[in-house]
Ligand binder design. Structure first.
Ligand code: ZN
Length: 410
C-alpha cells in the first residue's frame, strides 16, 4: 500500500515553490523555482533508493536499479513545471505518485528485476518558449532544430535558460534513450476536465490521447460603411466567421454519445471598427476526437460548410493546417492490468479519452503507454482553483502502485 499521509505532505511541501495566491503555483520551465522543487523531489527519490540526475534537456530522473539492469526500464512520471497562473496538481500528481509508488515498493523490500525510472519532464507546459513537451520529445529523439533560439517574454533564449539550469546543450545526444530501452511508460494525471466529476468517479482509465486538428481560417470580404451598404450587397467576413463557428459547434454536437469537441478560441478582425463591415477575419478552429475516422468525417463536413458559407456571403477563404496529430491509443495490455487492479480495489471506473495532450503523447511514439486520470473538481485546471482531493489522489497513486507491481512481474 502507498502511504497517503506521506503523499499529502509531499503535495503540500512542493506547493511552496513558486507559490502564488493561496493555492496557485507559477513555476516556469528551467527556472530557479523548478530547480528548487527538483532538489526536493530528488531528495524523496533518494529516500526511495533511487539514484538521481538532471539530464541535458533539464529532465529530473530518478532510477531504481533492477537486478537485471539490461532489461528495458519501466518509466513513470509527468512534469513539475506549471502554467504561469497554474494549480498544485497538473503534472505534479504524476511525479509525486510515481515517487510514492517506488517508495512503497522499497519499503516492502521488493527488489525488481527490471529497473524503474521516475521522471519529471522539462517544459511540458510550453508557454515560456511557446513550444511544449520539450523534455519528453528530447529523450525520445524528437528534438527540433532551432528550439534553442526560442525566447521567452523577457528575451531569454531556451539556450540560456538551459545553461543557467546547468545543462550541457552540446550533449543532447547523450540524454536520448535508445529505441527499445523503455519497456513502457505510465502517467497519472489530473483529468483537467469535468467528466469524472460529473459522473462521481474518483479515477478513470485513459483510452488514448485524442489528436488535435488545428486549422486557421482566413476569410476575405469587402470593407464598407456600416450605415450605407445594404444588407444584400455586403461581403461581411465577420458574419461568415460567426456562421462557421456555429457550424463547428453543430457538427461536433450532432452525436451526443461521441466525445468529439470543437473550439474556436482566437479571432482577429480587420479593420476592427464598429463603423466598418469587417473586410478580413482570421480565426482558429480546433477539432478533436479519439476516433480518427470520425474526426476525418467531421473535418470533411466542416470544410464543406466553410465553402458553402463563403459562397453565400461572397467571401474568399484560405484554410491552413497548423497541427494534425493522430489519436494515440493506450496499450490494451496495460489498460487490462489497470482495469483488473481497480476492480480489486472495489472500483468500477470508466474509460475516457484525453482531450489535452501530455508527456505520454511524446512517449507513445517510443513505447507502450497508459494513463490514469484523477477527478478534477468542476473540471477546472490551469488555474489556482484547480483541485483534486487527497483521497482521490491517494487512490490514484495506489492504482499506479499496483499497476507497476503487475508490470514488474512480467
Ligand atoms: Zn500536465
Amino acid at each position: 500500500m502507498i502511504n497517503a499521509e506521506r503523499l499529502k505532505q509531499h503535495y503540500e511541501a512542493q506547493s511552496q515553490f513558486g507559490k502564488i495566491a493561496e493555492t496557485g503555483i507559477c513555476r516556469p520551465a528551467h527556472s530557479p523555482e523548478e530547480k528548487k522543487v527538483f532538489e526536493l523531489a530528488a531528495s524523496w527519490m533518494q529516500e526511495a533508493g533511487m539514484k538521481t540526475r538532471i539530464d541535458n534537456f533539464g529532465n529530473l530522473i530518478g532510477r531504481l536499479e533492477g537486478t537485471n539492469p539490461d532489461l528495458p526500464v519501466l518509466m513513470m512520471g509527468s512534469h513539475l513545471d506549471t502554467q504561469p497562473y497554474g494549480g498544485r496538481f497538473d503534472g505534479i500528481a504524476g511525479v509525486l505518485s510515481a515517487i510514492e509508488a517506488v517508495t512503497a515498493l522499497t519499503e516492502n523490500g521488493i527488489k525488481p528485476e527490471r529497473s524503474i525510472e521516475v521522471i519529471s519532464f522539462a517544459d511540458e507546459e510550453g508557454w515560456r518558449f511557446n513550444k511544449g513537451l520539450f523534455g519528453s520529445r528530447g529523450i525520445t529523439g524528437k528534438y527540433e532544430e532551432g528550439e534553442l533560439d526560442r525566447t521567452d517574454g523577457d528575451g531569454i533564449t531556451r539556450r540560456q535558460a538551459l545553461l543557467d539550469f546547468g545543462c550541457d546543450i552540446t550533449k543532447f545526444k547523450e540524454s536520448e534513450y535508445k529505441p527499445g530501452s523503455i519497456h513502457c511508460f505510465l502517467e497519472l494525471h489530473i483529468e483537467q476536465g469535468p467528466v469524472l466529476d460529473n459522473t462521481n468517479q474518483p479515477l478513470g482509465i485513459v483510452s488514448g490521447i485524442s489528436g488535435p486538428l488545428w486549422l486557421t481560417v482566413k476569410l476575405k470580404g469587402m470593407a464598407g460603411h456600416a450605415g450605407s451598404v445594404p444588407m444584400n450587397m455586403r461581403k461581411d467576413a465577420l458574419l461568415g466567421a460567426a456562421k462557421i463557428i456555429v457550424a463547428l459547434n453543430e457538427i461536433t454536437t450532432q452525436d451526443p454519445t461521441a466525445p468529439t469537441v470543437g473550439t474556436s478560441g482566437s479571432l482577429n478582425v480587420f479593420p476592427n471598427s464598429r463603423n466598418i463591415i469587417a473586410e478580413e477575419v482570421v480565426f482558429t478552429l480546433d477539432l478533436r476526437d479519439i476516433v480518427q475516422s470520425r474526426r476525418d468525417e467531421r473535418e470533411k463536413e466542416l470544410r464543406e460548410k466553410i465553402d458553402a458559407i463563403a459562397i453565400a456571403h461572397g467571401l474568399q477563404y484560405e484554410i491552413s493546417v497548423d497541427t494534425d496529430s493522430e489519436p494515440r491509443y493506450c496499450a490494451q495490455w496495460i489498460k487490462d492490468i489497470i482495469r483488473s487492479e481497480s476492480t480489486d480495489m472495489g472500483l468500477n471506473i470508466p474509460e475516457l479519452m484525453s482531450g489535452p495532450f501530455h508527456d505520454a503523447l511524446a512517449l507513445s511514439y517510443f513505447c507502450d503507454y497508459a494513463m490514469i486520470f484523477v477527478r478534477s473538481k468542476d473540471g477546472i485546471s490551469h488555474n489556482p482553483k484547480e483541485y483534486s482531493s487527497y483521497e482521490d489522489l491517494a487512490m490514484g497513486a495506489e492504482l499506479l502502485y499496483r499497476t507497476m507491481l503487475r508490470i514488474l512481474e512480467k
